[in-house]
Structures are given as C-alpha cells and as structure tokens.
Design a protein around this ligand. Structure first.
Ligand SMILES: NC(=O)c1ccc[n+]([C@@H]2O[C@H](COP(=O)([O-])OP(=O)(O)OC[C@H]3O[C@@H](n4cnc5c(N)ncnc54)[C@H](O)[C@@H]3O)[C@@H](O)[C@H]2O)c1
Length: 433
C-alpha cells in the first residue's frame, strides 16, 4: 500500500531533492532541517544550493505538499527517511556518525507501530543494524527498517531520482515490501538486495569504482607525461570503437562523496581485517593530483624566470565538477590546489567560477573576479574544472591579456593549443606538457 505522510530528516543535497520529488508525487512531506537559516530559506521556497529543476519544484510545492520544520513534529508519519551527513574526521579519516545517531534519537519517541524508517545516508557496512536499530528499538514499537542508498549525481538529482534503480535492503521481507511501496511510485526500477548490509555495500561499490576508474585515467596521464605523450589523445584512441575499454578523461576528482566514501570503506574493511589496496591507491593518486599540477606550474614558471610567490595567479573553476554543473565546493580538488599554491608561497590568488557565488570564493580567502579580470596581467592561470561554458570561449581573447611569458594550466585539456597563435604562453595540464 502506498504510504501518505513522509518525514525526511536533513535538508541537504540528498534530503531536499528527495523531498521535492516526493512532494511532486503528491506525498505529504515534512522536511526537517536543524539549521535554522537553511530552514527559513526553504520555507520561503528558495533552495540553498544550485540543483537543476529544484527551484521550480520547491516553489510549486512548499506550503502545499512540502513543509519545512526545524524539529521532528509530534505527528504520525508512515515513513521516516534519515538523509543527514556522514562526514569523516579530517585528520583520522574515520567516519563520524553523530548526525545519524542524533536523527535516530530524534525519531525514536515518535515512531508508531507499522511505520517504516529508511536510512539513506552513506554509512559503514553494519551501521543500520548495529547503530540505528538499537536506538529505534528503545521506542518499543513494531517499526520497519530499510537501507536505501542515494546514488544520484549532483546536477542531475531530480532526473535521476525518477530514473535510477533504487537499491532496497530490509531487516525483513516485510520491510523491503514497505520500502518498495514508496520507491515504486518514484522510479520504474527497484532492486531488492539480501540484507541491510548488502544495500549499504552497494553504495560503497559504486563510489569506490568511480574513484578507481578516474584514478586509472589519472595514473595513465602521469605515465604519459613521463614518456612525452598526450594522455587524452591516447585514451581517446584506446576507447575508440573498442567497447572493452571505457577510460575516462583524466582530471581532478573531488566532491563530498568521492573524497570521503572510499575512506569510510577502507576504515570498516580494515576493522574487519582487510585493507583494500586499489581503493587506497586510487585515493592517493586522486588526492595528490592537485599538488602535482601546482609543482608542474611552478617549474614552468621557474623555467621562464618567474617566481610563483610574486606572480599573479588566477584559478577558474571552484565547484568540485563542471558537468553536470553544481555550486558545491565541498571537498573540491580546487581546495587542494589552493593549499598547494599557498604551500608554495603564493599569497594572493584570484578566483572565478561559472556557478559558485563570489561570496563562497571570497570565504576561501581568494579574490573573486570575472574571467577578464583574472586573465588580465596574470602570470599563471589554472582551469580547474570542466564547466561547459569553457568550451564556448574564444581562449585567445583571454590569453593575449596574460603577462608573457606566462603559464596556462588547462587541467581538463579543454582548449586546442594547436590552433593557438598567442605567443609566450607555456601550456600544461594533466597528462600533457
Ligand atoms: N551530496 C550528494 O550528492 C550525495 C549523494 C549520495 C549520497 N550522499 C550521502 O547522503 C548523506 C547526506 O548528504 P548531503 O550531501 O545531503 O549532506 P549535507 O551535509 O549537505 O546535508 C545534511 C543536512 O542535514 C542537516 N542535519 C544534520 N543533523 C540533522 C538532524 N538530526 N535532523 C535534521 N537535519 C539534520 C544538516 O544541517 C544539513 O543541512 C551523506 O551520508 C552523503 O554521503 C550524498
């Protein structure tokens, strides 16, 4: 039977997009958000991050089928979805489950017999059963429990929530059926797995696999740099008409999920006695790429007699990815790039992004500016993500504004230097020199 009233805890990327799509399917949704500023903004019908199509859904449903609260209302809900963050400790890289624990605590006293609790946050395998269930059991109610991971990509969340297969792992068969009743309304495909733990693991497999494929492309790029080849050219050739090879474009890898989830996987796996070597190496390759690129830029500048410390450095591309576009800078590789630049003694950095607001850039202690202002008089420029707007640029118009000889790090190999007629530009990037 289709549930009616749903309470979603956590109005971040995951909780808010899910709530909006559920409200659009005529469920009565309450979104709980403990951050009062975010809650107030959402109550006005304004999303607190950029996600294609979300603003329209929010305006349409807020106050009608979607309500925002700052604590769990003492009402009866058919389904509770926990979609709060599961960050890792910056130093130890260990997962922090405080938000999940607090969420479970905040619903245990309002649960009713027969309701369903879904954990959607990415957690170490075993957490739904060993951490969340014992808290909910304190309610004394006969509730149902499922783990259904979120697998949408930021920038495509609204579309993918309606298209991607939903993975469902339940405590019992009845729990799975209840979760199916909800997700079947959203998407044509649901995939039942054998347990809560299997569903938790699916999410880790998906994310670690992505990290690994990107790391493979990046490792091939590092090899190509050493042997004097252009990585993008040879990867394209390797993939061409050859279905057994689907190597991604080399580039920076970041974002809230790929930066932390492989560490969560390594941590719980190690606790069970196995350290996943490929996952570990992938993270190492992807996490050290920004400092490698800064080192390359340093030696290029040095080669033309310039010192990075006194150079005008301009970084364009702060969101953790360019496509699909997002304004999310959490765990963006650009943050690592900034760290590496500062470690090299650069004090003044200019910054631009097609989607991220100047205020967010300013909060990173970077001077926000336009593309023109950034290129004007710059000694070194980094194009740090692959936003589609770069592909429409007449790059020569900007390169002529640089202070020659200058270094242009086209990290995603977006521009064709073969056709560049501007003298005095020393090109570089990931997988080519
Ligand atoms: N961002 C993504 O694209 C994505 C994709 C798949 C999975 N995930 C996973 O989903 C989870 C949520 O990710 P996110 O990016 O939406 O996180 P987020 O940090 O952007 O948002 C979480 C929100 O929950 C709120 N919150 C914290 N504790 C709360 C509580 N007790 N009650 C109500 N609200 C509370 C926070 O204030 C915050 O606004 C994480 O485990 C993440 O790994 C994220």
């Amino acid at each position: 039977m289709r549930p009616e009233k749903i309470c979603v805890l956590g109005m971040g990327f995951v909780g808010l997009t899910l709530s909006a799509v559920l409200a659009d399917k005529k469920f009565l949704v309450t979104g709980v958000e403990v951050n009062k500023h975010i809650a107030a903004q959402l109550q006005r019908g304004e999303p607190h991050f950029h996600e294609k199509g979300l603003d329209v859904l929010l305006k349409k449903h807020i106050g009608k089928t979607l309500f925002i609260a700052t604590e769990v209302p003492k009402e009866q809900y058919d389904v509770y979805v926990i979609a709060v963050g599961t960050p890792i400790d910056k130093q130890t890289k260990k997962p922090m489950l405080d938000y999940v624990i607090n969420s479970a605590m905040s619903i245990k006293d309002v649960l009713t017999d027969g309701c369903l609790v879904i954990l959607r946050s990415t957690v170490p395998v075993g957490v739904t059963r060993s951490v969340v269930k014992p808290i909910l059991d304190q309610s004394g109610k006969k509730y149902h429990l499922a783990f259904c991971p979120e697998r949408t990509a930021e920038g495509r969340a609204i579309v993918e929530l309606r298209e991607l297969p939903q993975i469902i792992g339940g405590l019992t068969t009845e729990c799975v059926d209840k979760a199916m009743d909800l997700f079947r309304v959203l998407t044509p495909a649901t995939v039942e797995v054998s347990s809560l733990e299997a569903a938790e693991m699916v999410k880790h497999i998906n994310n670690a696999y992505r990290d690994l494929t990107f790391a493979f492309a990046n490792e091939m790029a590092l090899v190509c740099e050493k042997v004097g080849l252009n990585a993008l050219d040879v990867i394209k050739a390797a993939n061409c008409g050859y279905g057994r090879s689907n190597v991604p474009v080399p580039g920076f890898v970041g974002g809230a999920c790929l930066e932390k989830d492989p560490h969560i996987l390594m941590d719980f796996s190690a606790a069970h006695g196995y350290t996943p070597m490929l996952v570990k190496s992938s993270r190492h390759i992807n996490e050290t790429l920004p400092s490698h690129i800064v080192q390359k830029a340093l030696s290029k500048l040095h080669a033309v007699g310039k010192d990075m410390r006194y150079a005008k450095v301009f970084v364009s591309g702060f969101a953790f990815k360019g496509q699909p576009e997002t304004d999310d800078v959490r765990d963006s590789s650009t943050l690592r790039l900034l760290d590496a630049l500062r470690a090299a003694g650069v004090t003044t950095i200019y910054g631009h992004d097609f989607v991220v607001s100047p205020m967010v850039i300013k909060n990173l202690h970077v001077i926000p500016c336009s593309l023109e202002e950034g290129f004007d008089g710059a000694d070194c420029v980094f194009i740090a993500n692959n936003h589609k707007s770069y592909y429409d640029l007449n790059i020569e118009k900007y390169l002529v504004m640089m202070r020659k000889p200058a270094v242009f790090m086209d990290c995603w190999q977006i521009f064709d230097r073969e056709f560049c007629t501007v003298p005095g530009i020393n090109w570089g990037g990931i997988g080519f020199d």
